[in-house]
Design a protein around this ligand. Structure first.
Ligand code: 16G
Length: 245
């Protein structure tokens, strides 16, 4: 990062000039995904600015998701995320999808329990206000990258003990003969709020895909109502289209 002093004399604050020159280095591939950034001291020396200026530029780039900071080991160019290509015509589970790609799956529980149903849940699951809903909410992680927040609601009759769901909801449903055979899925674009962005490890305001899945048993009964938030930078949904008639 050459001295940014000359550019600074032309107006923009030093830290913004430095930020731009680091950004340019990343975009042009001078430093690539996963590479370590030189030390704060080295950058300050080379760019002829104070360490406070370097810190400010780096903090901005970390906030923007271009750099990542790891405690104890330093600052790195954010690794490029492999996008996941997901078919829209198969009724598969997250665990199955990731296992098929050879990725390791992990989930963090956000909530699991039995609750009185919300109006939405009553309508979709066909529950009365006297019945109960089982909620299973998880942050879904593949190869250590958080990919989606999934909030599933089922009738408590179908899932009386949400605490007993292991790593796969569909595997748990399969055991009781309640695995869905058909689903309707709706996908819409959104931007992540603070809390969800934090869980998904991306800057607030990043693009997301909100997915609602309503799935059915062979009998035609609704078994699952799941609202998910998928990272917009991680997923491509693919469907095969045919000429009708
Ligand atoms: C998928 C489904 C979700 C289902 C989950 C079960 C989408 C958008 N969502 O992620 O509705 O509950 O799989 O996964 O595809 P599991 O069996 O691994 O818990």
């Amino acid at each position: 990062f050459a001295s940014v002093r000359n550019a600074a004399q032309r107006g923009a604050p030093l830290y913004l000039q430095l930020k731009k020159s680091i950004e340019d280095a990343v975009l042009s591939g001078v430093i690539g995904p996963g590479d370590a950034l030189p030390s704060e001291r080295d950058i300050a020396l080379k760019a002829d600015v104070s360490r406070v200026t370097v810190r400010k530029a780096v903090q901005d780039l970390v906030k923007g998701g271009i750099l990542v900071q790891r405690h104890g080991s330093g600052t790195f160019v954010a690794p490029r995320l492999e996008r996941v290509e997901q078919s829209l015509s198969l009724l598969t589970s997250f665990t199955e999808d990731m296992a098929r790609r050879g990725m390791t799956v992990r989930s963090t529980w956000l909530d699991r329990g039995i609750y009185p149903p919300s109006p939405d849940e009553m309508m979709v699951l066909g529950l009365s206000s006297k019945e109960f809903v089982a909620r299973v909410s998880r942050l879904r992680i593949a190869n250590d990258t958080p990919l989606a927040i999934e909030r599933a609601s089922l009738s408590a009759t179908a899932l009386p003990d949400p605490g007993a769901v292991g790593s796969s909801l569909y595997a748990a449903l399969e055991k009781t003969g309640n695995r869905p055979v058909r689903a309707v899925q709706r996908i819409s674009a959104a931007n992540l709020g603070e809390a969800d962005a934090k869980l998904l490890d991306v800057p607030a305001g990043s693009a997301s895909l909100n997915i609602e899945r309503i799935s059915y048993l062979a009998s035609g009964k609704v078994i699952e109502f799941t609202r998910s938030i998928y990272r917009g930078d991680a997923y491509d949904f693919v469907a095969e289209l045919r000429l009708s008639g």
